[in-house]
Ligand binder design. Structure first.
Ligand code: NAP
Length: 498
């Protein structure tokens, strides 16, 4: 343990070196000799993770010694600069040793206890979902209980062997690290930096369980929004099926089942995209209404509203996804055989009716306007989607981000509403459009967005907007915090929104 600060200082000097220096690399997979003065790191295990780790460590300027139960068999798989030997020999000199073996094999390392005394063991392991539920203590805590004379650091478990091999990229540079010993944590953090990663201090070894759960998560923030989008898709698809396929079949004996793969999907997607977009802005409206009613911002929102507010980004991205699919499907509509037959049949009808020129001015204008509005809405939505990417969002300040997500997002909702209205035109008032007495689908989709737009318009009224701005700056109706806003209206506009 007494060597740890020395190791840390030595490593920090090594950090100045480039990640992959040319003189170290002798080919794609094997690496040439590392200078003698380079810090030495041990790895127990010779599997996928150990191989990738050894490659990255060598290319980052570390001396690597790998401990295997069968070094002869595995030596050829490692970079030539790494020394592959028996476990006992590998752990004798390095101060930091990575344990790249599975939890169930930790106990087989107990014979090395004496050589490992006072050393830092880095636990990189990940449990399976079943193991995670089965064991109350984390793998790292279990390792620490087997080797009480060592300092255990949990690190690198969220990095895959592939990422280690390929090198860190923007999206997966973060390496959470935890340990009960801060010196040991610092030494491993400096090593992570030298390898091109960004260490994130997770605190004591008790956090290891939380870190081990990280790679087990499967897009947790997307579960509810995806289920919501799927639910909406199923409902609208069933509704459109009844109106566009079942009704002609039952009442007019017309077989329109060919519409199921493209046409019905294409009428369903914009409904889902549009309703999802309105659901991005509805929780903000509900939150503002609650704040106005309570006369304070210091009461917690109900849990469901809190969750809804947190999932707005995912709901917005799913809305963009459906809108983009709708645009693609719309491009494909004229390619369908059924469309060509319809055109030819219409032309024949025209000839038989002795009509030479088919041109309905109103229809032409309606189509031009509704297509243009649709393209504008999709363009604005694309901007929202792009700015929600972390690398772009990080380059914007709070006001810019809020302008794009709040103001431009609302513009996208208004454009989508105009697109829907010009698509529907007078159809809502034509009796023939009510198939099985069911109103046209677009009229249903207008419900939530219109509520949101109306509410947002109401919030713009000076008496309401000033009150809301005061509440959001800490004013309370019944509380002690009471003050007047400066008369400058611009200040009220700059107040952040929920
Ligand atoms: P692996 O390819 O199966 O390698 C495991 C190694 O453990 C074997 O090569 C073996 O090396 C060694 N070992 C030591 N004692 C053993 C014993 N008694 N029985 C069997 N093997 C023993 O697994 P891996 O993918 O490298 O994963 C190793 C650790 O890294 C695991 O804890 C895993 O959760 C963690 N991890 C892996 C990844 C990844 O992407 N693969 C990512 C993050 C974390 P010798 O035969 O040379 O002794």
């Amino acid at each position: 343990m007494s060597h740890q600060p020395a190791v840390a200082t030595k490593m920090s000097r090594e950090m100045d070196k480039p990640l992959i220096s040319l003189h170290l690399v002798d080919s794609d997979t094997s690496l040439a000799k590392v200078p003698d003065e380079a810090p030495k790191v041990g790895i127990l295990g010779s599997g996928d993770f150990a191989r990738s780790l050894a490659t990255r460590l060598v290319s980052s300027g570390f001396k690597v010694v790998v401990g295997s139960r069968n070094p002869k068999r595995t030596a050829g798989l490692f970079p030539s600069a790494a020394q592959v030997t028996f476990q006992e020999e590998a752990v004798s000199s390095p101060e930091i040793i990575f344990v790249a073996v599975f939890r169930e094999h930790y106990s087989s390392l107990c014979s090395l206890s004496d050589q490992l005394t006072g050393k830092i063991l880095v636990d990189v392991s990940n449990p399976t979902e079943q193991e995670h539920l089965q064991h109350r203590e984390s793998n790292a805590e279990y390792l620490a209980s087997l080797f009480p004379t060592c300092t255990v650091v949990k690190a690198f478990n969220v990095i895959s062997a592939w990422t280690l091999q390929a090198g860190p990229r923007d999206g997966n540079r973060q390496v959470p690290i935890c340990s009960d010993q801060s010196e040991a944590k610092r030494a491993v953090s400096e090593m992570a930096i030298a390898m091109g990663f960004m260490p994130v201090d997770m605190g004591s070894l008790a956090s290891a369980r939380e870190m081990e759960a990280m790679p087990l998560r499967l897009l947790p923030a997307w579960k509810v929004p995806t289920l919501l989008a799927l639910g909406l898709f199923i409902c609208f698809y069933a509704y459109n099926f009844v109106r566009d396929v079942l009704q002609p079949y039952v009442q007019e004996s017309k077989n329109k089942f060919f519409k199921l793969p493209v046409s019905v999907v294409n009428t369903t997607l914009p409904c889902v995209a549009y309703v999802l977009l309105s659901l991005v802005y509805l929780p903000g409206v509900l939150a503002a209404t609650l704040q106005l009613r309570r006369g304070t911002k210091y009461h917690r929102f109900p849990d469901w509203l809190d969750h809804w507010l947190q999932h707005r980004k995912q709901i917005g991205l799913l809305s963009f996804f459906c809108a983009a699919l709708h645009a693609l499907y719309s491009f494909c509509l004229p390619l369908r055989r059924s469309h060509r037959y319809d055109l030819v049949n219409l032309a024949v009808k025209q000839v038989l009716a002795n009509k030479s020129h088919l041109w309905v001015e109103e229809e032409v204008w309606r189509m031009e306007i509704y297509l243009s509005l649709g393209v504008l809405a999709l363009g604005t939505l694309s901007l929202l989607a792009v700015t929600s990417l972390p690398s772009i969002a990080n380059s914007l300040n709070w006001r810019e981000f809020s302008f794009v997500q709040s103001s431009l997002g609302f513009v996208a909702l208004v454009l989508s509403t105009l697109h829907t209205l010009t698509y529907g035109w007078t159809r809502a008032f034509e009796e023939s459009r009510y198939k099985f007495y069911l109103p046209p689908t677009f009229t249903l989709t207008l419900l939530v967005p219109c509520v949101v737009i109306l509410a947002k318009a109401l919030f713009l009224l000076p008496c309401i907007s000033r009150r809301l701005a005061r509440i959001r700056r800490g004013w309370e109706r019944d509380g002690a915090i009471k003050f007047m806003l400066p008369t400058d209206n611009a200040l009220a506009e700059k107040t952040s929104h929920v």
